[in-house]
Unconditional design. Structure first.
Length: 246
């Protein structure tokens, strides 16, 4: 319901009125249409809702000893339930079975990545820092967005969908192709579009997850080895070294 403040005339409208949303944000006062998804009951949405309901029901079937492991880790019963459902959802995302007891394990760290090549036919990512290989007892989950106009900023977590994961020991020190995984999830990739990827490590032992690293690029993405000067000459060689004379 909208909130309308009146003086001698309407001076404030916030909320939903006649198919429009009125809001006051950092960018100033805004009015936009109410967007409704064409199909709010997609297969992925239904699957995630089903997983959550299944896990909440599963909590009640745990033994007191099993629940105790989660309560000890979380501190309170409500937080233990959140930890139990969150951890098992994370395990589900990397295709692992749910666990009934929580065990301590090394907390996953951040795994910085970057897009090194992005066109309508290629999509390569690579480790952008340390570590460069997926640590033991963990899997690296890669989320991606659909391709949107370059002006769009993906700041809503719902924009990201998991498309592929990498097993412990997998090295991403060199460019790794995820094109097929993206196309399998989103379909045909278009040029002059922004795509963002998000990487997060998840423990295979207890479902803990590390921090999220996001990198965005616009297709077609030009790598540093293709940089050219204003006169059209290359200023960086194919091996990444600077050319001092043309």
């Amino acid at each position: 319901m909208a909130r309308i403040a009146f003086s001698s005339e309407a001076e404030e409208i916030l909320g939903k009125v006649s198919g429009s949303v009125f809001q006051d944000s950092y960018g100033g006062f805004q009015v936009r249409g109410i967007g409704k998804p064409r199909n709010p009951q997609t297969q992925l949405q239904q699957l995630r809702r089903g997983d959550f309901r299944y896990l909440v029901a599963g909590w009640r079937n745990l033994t007191s000893t099993e629940q105790g492991t989660w309560i000890t880790a979380a501190g309170t019963v409500p937080e233990a339930l959140r930890l139990y459902t969150g951890s098992n959802i994370n395990l589900n995302l990397i295709s692992l079975s749910i666990i009934s007891s929580y065990t301590s394990a090394t907390l996953p760290v951040n795994f910085p990545i970057e897009i090194t090549e992005l066109t309508s036919l290629t999509f390569f990512i690579q480790a952008a820092g340390s570590p460069t290989a997926v640590p033991a007892n963990q899997r690296l989950l890669i989320y991606a967005t659909t391709d949107k106009l370059p002006t769009l900023i993906f700041n809503n977590p719902a924009n990201y969908q998991p498309i592929i994961y990498f097993e412990a020991g997998t090295s991403l020190s060199s460019p790794t192709d995820i094109y097929s995984a993206w196309v399998s999830h989103y379909g045909v990739m278009r040029d002059i579009r922004r795509i963002c990827v998000k990487a997060v490590l998840i423990s295979k032992l207890n479902g803990d997850r590390g921090g999220e690293e996001i990198f965005c690029a616009v297709s077609p993405f030009v790598s540093t080895s293709d940089l050219i000067d204003s006169d059209g000459t290359f200023i960086i060689d194919s091996d990444g070294t600077f050319i001092t004379a043309i």
